[in-house]
Design a protein around this ligand. Structure first.
Ligand code: DGI
Ligand code: FE
Ligand code: FE
Length: 194
């Protein structure tokens, strides 16, 4: 499917705020790709589609995952909005015609992250957090600077802030988010010891 076609369709599937956020992530991912020597078009397409399943009602997300044999973990049953990542990857492939496995993977892991992410995975995860319309996160100035300087250090900072935010909220934390944090914390620690 052509970019223009994808945008038109997304505009119908997303509410206004989500569409504006999506545009922000798309352009921010493009900029991060430029800064880190990654193909800009691929990063922008992943950014454009990362939240394509976000505005589907939760019960419908669950139903669609079940119907299409996408496994649902206990934590995802508790917080079904988490499913928009894996369901989004599925829809990007089946409804928007994306076949690039790197793009599909970046969409799939954009909410929790996962240990040892690819450059594109990190670009999308980070772009989602720093795009211009985001304004609530702590340390946002520092995280935005780090995003263009050092993807791994930036991951460690975002994950640390996100886990603090989630525990403060008393919400359930996906073990994958914790594992991702441990991975990038350890990575930073080892690098600092070199
Ligand atoms: O879809 P977006 O809002 O653009 O961004 P996102 O897909 O990164 O989702 C962000 C939300 O997900 C944010 O409120 C933090 C939350 N989140 C991230 N990791 C976890 C989590 N929520 C739970 N319950 N558990 C997690 O491990
Ligand atoms: Fe998301
Ligand atoms: Fe997002």
């Amino acid at each position: 499917m052509e970019q223009n076609e994808i945008r038109k369709r997304l505009k119908k599937k997303l509410d206004k705020g989500r569409y504006e956020h999506t545009r922000g992530v798309m352009y921010t991912a493009g900029c991060l790709a430029m800064a880190h020597g990654f193909p800009v078009e691929r990063a922008m397409l992943a950014g454009l589609l990362h939240d394509c399943a976000k505005c589907i009602p939760n019960h419908e997300k669950i139903r669609m995952c079940e119907k299409n044999d996408l496994p649902i973990t206990g934590i995802e049953m508790e917080s079904p909005y988490l499913l928009h990542a894996k369901l989004g990857a599925f829809l990007a492939e089946t409804e928007y015609g994306v076949s690039d496995p790197g793009i599909l993977h970046a969409i799939k892991v954009h909410t929790t992250g996962e240990p040892d992410m690819s450059v594109l995975d990190k670009i999308i995860y980070i772009a989602d957090y720093i795009e211009p319309l985001r304004d609530k996160a702590p340390n946002l100035d520092e995280v935005r600077r780090l995003a263009f300087a050092d993807l791994n250090a930036c991951m460690a900072q975002i994950l640390s802030d996100t886990l603090r935010h989630l525990s403060g909220r008393g919400g359930s934390i996906d073990p994958v988010t914790k594992m991702t944090y441990e991975f990038y914390r350890q990575y930073q620690k080892e690098r600092n010891e070199l």
